[in-house]
Design a protein around this ligand. Structure first.
Ligand code: F6P
Length: 355
């Protein structure tokens, strides 16, 4: 059996742990096995840049962040565009056929899963594993990388808390998540943030100012605002997609937290500071929960391969690691449910969502 494997899109902490779980299970149960590791994501598959892996390559990596194969972003919208006469999809199919692969395993987030589905539609045997710190893959309650990112964002907010309290400041902390706010919601609640701003719940600056005022009246002199990268005001939410894109471009690289800081300064005399957690949310080593989930996802991926059950995405649903047809998930995002128990509980606790 010859299996190709690649990691695609933004990295996360438990890519290596997932590959180890999958490959170790295969080595344990399949007699004649060769693993081909494609380097730098889909680029390796397109350009035939690969490495024949040894079992020892997958040893001692359960706790190591990043990816031993490297990764890259190959946007789905460009996958079917012929550039300088180069047909990327055709090139990937040719590499697969030339190497006589029995299956290609793709570890990726939403864009990468769309590309994996495209390859499956073109007749390749594909097994996909849901990787992203954002936890926004449709069809799974959990994506590996999510818990490690929550831990980092929560620790970061904890550290901001003490300095905010010492200086009586308002801190607006940017947390990853352009389209969905799962990390921000979880880390915000876990760190005791006072305001949580998500892409799914457009904010009104006056409501945020009112929440700060309420705290001040209760004798609390500092405020922590956990803000998703993709937080959006009610006025921005009413714009067309094109108008909103222009507005974001006009920020010239600055994110929404600076807009909010500027607007809030008209409502308060307190000092306001901005801080961004950034890419450390994807860096470093996976937390134990991620190692556990990654390993279980990997084992399920290997089981699918051994059963010739292709075109599947491994998912975690109802406390069980299982699989769904990849085509059901590809192209769909799992947003924060604004009416969820978690959001309602946070509101009962007094957290403002600025709505
Ligand atoms: O998709 C994961 C993610 O970390 C998002 O939360 C974030 O917006 C984006 O990647 C950052 O991407 P890049 O690494 O390309 O800057």
């Amino acid at each position: 059996m010859r299996i190709g494997i690649l990691t695609s899109g933004g990295d996360c902490q438990s890519l290596n742990a997932t590959m180890r779980g999958l490959v170790k299970t295969l080595y344990q149960n399949v007699k004649d096995l060769e693993i081909i590791g494609f380097l730098s994501g889909y680029k390796g598959l397109m350009f035939g840049d690969y490495k024949i892996m040894k079992p020892s390559d997958f040893s001692g990596i359960i706790n190591i962040g990043g990816t031993i194969l490297g990764t890259s972003r190959c946007p789905f919208k460009k996958m079917q565009v012929i550039e300088n006469g180069f047909n990327k999809v055709e090139a990937m199919i040719q590499t697969y056929k030339k190497l006589k692969l029995d299956c290609l395993v793709v570890l990726g987030g939403n864009g990468s899963l769309k590309s994996a589905n495209l390859l499956a539609q073109n007749g390749l045997n594909i097994i996909a594993l849901p990787k992203t710190i954002d936890n926004d893959t449709w069809g799974t309650d959990y994506t590996f990388g999510y818990q490690s990112a929550i831990d980092i964002a929560t620790n970061y907010l904890d550290q901001i808390h003490t300095t905010a309290a010492s200086h009586n400041r308002i801190f607006i902390v940017e947390i990853m998540g352009h389209k969905v706010g799962h990390i921000c919601l979880a880390a915000g609640i876990a760190s005791g943030a006072d305001v949580i701003l998500l892409p799914e719940i457009p904010y009104d600056i006056e409501k945020i100012a009112a929440a700060i005022k309420q705290r001040e009246m209760a004798g609390k002199k500092f405020t922590i605002i956990a803000c998703s990268e993709g937080a959006i005001s009610k006025a921005e939410a009413a714009l067309t997609k094109k108008q909103y894109k222009l507005k974001v471009a006009a920020r010239e690289g600055h994110s929404v937290v600076y807009d909010i800081a500027k607007q809030l300064s008209h409502y308060t005399d307190s000092e306001i500071r901005v801080s961004c957690v950034g890419h450390v949310q994807r860096g470093g080593n996976p937390c134990p929960y991620d190692r556990l989930m990654a390993t279980r996802f990997g084992i399920e991926g290997a089981s699918l391969i051994m059963n010739n059950d292709f075109g599947k995405l491994v998912v975690y649903k109802d406390n069980s690691v299982t699989a769904i047809p990849l085509i059901e998930s590809a192209g769909k995002l799992k947003y924060v449910d604004v009416n969820s128990e978690e959001v309602n509980q946070a509101k009962l606790l007094g957290i403002s969502f600025g709505d």
